[in-house]
Design a binder for this molecule. Structure first.
Ligand SMILES: Nc1ncnc2c1ncn2[C@@H]1O[C@H](COP(=O)(O)OP(=O)(O)O)[C@@H](O)[C@H]1O
Ligand SMILES: [Mg+2]
Length: 286
């Protein structure tokens, strides 16, 4: 069991990783700096070749590129699911490279939501518990997890299906559940890898409309896609080719951001619950 995390910030200031102190509120929610990734092989695969990208609070960013261009690799590094070969990933100004694995896992669990093409729902668990489990590592008690899960399911229009199992739902509904699970912890950023890739055209459009709506109500979302038509819908479009960013329409700080209404789920103060920290909390009987 580890002690209280050393690297998690209070709300006022954090170490940017280079010795400087930066304002946590003004730091990008996520930024990567000179990121490279090579996978071993003969010869090694240079999946990323020096990527720089900063995602600001409230942005909706589409990262678009052809198959093999490095999109999933970039998402995995941004989401701290893998470590870069070189370069830096910062979440809310915190440099992941300087953190122990346990601290990174806690940061990931509390600040980042994931949505995948394949949904990755637990088929034996109810919709409600699939979403509530998104809060396991944040140390939230079971009853509160379930209440917050209902709130998140309301956002995606599926609260009334909370007792169903994923196998009883359509693909579009499953992806809505996955989106609710990603949102339930009110992460700083949601990373979605080809979220409509397993859906028919009409269902995909409804998921994109949901993503639009979540963005307008304050969520910060990065959508990775091979489909330019999808990326065009995002307020910021970043193009990746052969492991490098080749175009970026730039941060969305303008009218879109001002039009947004307050976030539907109030973002809680960030703290590290010591009981849960460093390992899974007890699973109460359900
Ligand atoms: N685990 C891995 N081991 C070896 N090569 C990999 C691995 N993951 C991805 N690659 C290679 O890295 C490159 C980028 O892959 P990926 O990030 O999955 O691209 P995209 O998501 O844009 O299709 C590709 O050439 C791919 O074959
Ligand atoms: Mg991919």
């Amino acid at each position: 069991m580890t002690s209280t995390p050393q690297h998690l910030p209070d709300r006022s200031s954090v170490d940017a990783g280079d010795g400087s102190v930066t304002d946590a509120v003004q730091a990008p929610v996520l930024d990567v700096d000179n990121l490279t990734k090579s996978y071993p092989g003969e010869p090694p695969v240079q999946a990323l070749r020096g990527v720089n990208l900063a995602i600001g609070e409230g942005e909706l960013v589409g990262i678009v590129g052809p198959s093999g261009s490095g999109k999933t690799t970039l998402l995995q590094l941004m989401g701290t699911l893998d470590r870069p070969t070189s370069g830096h990933v910062r979440i809310g100004g915190l440099d992941v490279a300087s953190m122990a694995d346990d601290d990174v896992a806690y940061l990931r669990a509390t600040r980042i939501g994931f949505v995948f093409q394949q949904f990755f729902l637990a088929e034996h668990a109810t919709v409600l518990d699939n979403v509530a489990d998104g809060l396991l590592y944040a140390g939230v008690p079971l009853e509160q997890r379930r209440q917050r899960a209902i709130d998140a399911l309301e956002l995606v229009g599926l609260a009334q299906r909370r007792h169903a199992r994923p196998t009883q739902l359509s693909g579009g509904q499953r992806q809505r559940v996955a989106i609710a699970r990603a949102l339930v912890g009110q992460p700083a950023v949601v990373l979605a890898d080809e979220p409509t890739g397993n859906l028919d055209q009409a269902t995909g459009q409804s998921i994109l409309a949901l993503i639009d709506r979540l963005h307008r109500t304050g969520s910060t979302i990065v959508v990775i896609t091979h489909d330019h038509a999808i990326a065009e819908r995002m307020s910021r479009k970043v193009e990746i080719l052969d492991g490098q960013i080749v175009a970026d329409t730039g941060p969305d700080t303008g009218a879109d951001a001002r039009r947004r209404s307050p976030a539907p789920l109030a973002r809680p103060a960030i703290h590290a619950p010591q009981a849960a920290y460093g390992g899974p909390v007890n699973h109460e009987p359900s």
